[in-house]
Design a protein around this ligand. Sequence first.
Ligand SMILES: [Zn+2]
Length: 379
Amino acid sequence: MPIESALTLPLIDHHCHGISPAELDLKQFQALFSESYRPPPPGTNEFQKPLGLAIRAFCAPLLDLEPHAAGEAYVERRLKLGAAEVNRRLMQAARLDCLIVDTGHRSNAIHTFEETGGLAGRPAHEVVRIEAILEEVAASGVSAENFAKAFADRLAERTAKAVGLKSIVAYRSTFAIPQTAPETSEVVTAVGAWMKAAAAAGRFRVSDPTIIRHGLWVGAEICRAKKLPLQLHVGFGDPDIYMHACDPTHFTDFIAAMEKWDVPITLLHNWPFLKEAQWMSEVFANVYYDAGVILNYGAAESERILREALQVGKFQKFLFSTDAFGLAELYYLGAFLFRRAFASILDDWIADGFMTARDADEIVRLVAQENARRIYPGV
Ligand SMILES: [Zn+2]
């Protein structure tokens, strides 16, 4: 008997992004379920990998197609129904309780967080990405000397209604950097050099570890004062990452400092560092973690991946997320594959005598909603 609550309880998606309102052609659609900047090899397509197969198997029926419809037919049907209808169908079928949306990535190409929640028929809350604000302030024309104050003011303003902050330090400088707050003079020098380089390049993209550390600590102070969690991207992502240096245990000193401040740290995605994330959730009072979008990318293997994510991690600190970006399919599949895998795993544990159905229901409630509500205020 599958655990009913695992299959039915609405999920809080604690880390996701906006979806695209665009009418996507075959190439554009495939690009949105690839982490690569490169197309698939000639003569092949993205529908031939696990995630593409899952879209054909499980999303096609929601667009009135047979399961396993061809990728071309799927995209054709998508265009015929129109993005608005497709987005509504898939988002509502995901049965989310609410969405906690990171608004810092390509925000001009996607629906706002409120609109994305509206398509799901559910409330949405905002998480502010620190590096996006660093870049916005640097591009505003402020001087290097006035940067720190302008950034602190802008971040405070942008987070007035946010339920959390997020850093992509792992993407931009890796976790293998010094972890203390830099001196003011160091920040002024680093920002001056950044502005010069950015003016020449015509693009403000922050990657200097001093500036990133500055942003992180200013953000951490806001989290401490307002009792907000700080999300950290870990592991799996696009080619900007130096994967080996995205192991979250490199960031132990910062995470320990946040434990002293009572700031919850949510480690996002984590794959292939799921074991490291679980160990951190065991030893640090403030560490939470999820498995994120890797369940979508693993698709047919999602149950095995979720099993790995739950090997020793604390159930009372594990969170659900889709990490969906751009495609409503990624929201739907994220929730669908998670529910399916979670129910099956809990069933096995009950059958093996490790827990009762009542224990399982309690764990479902924690993971689906209560863990997130404990750390995200007002959710
Ligand atoms: Zn994300």
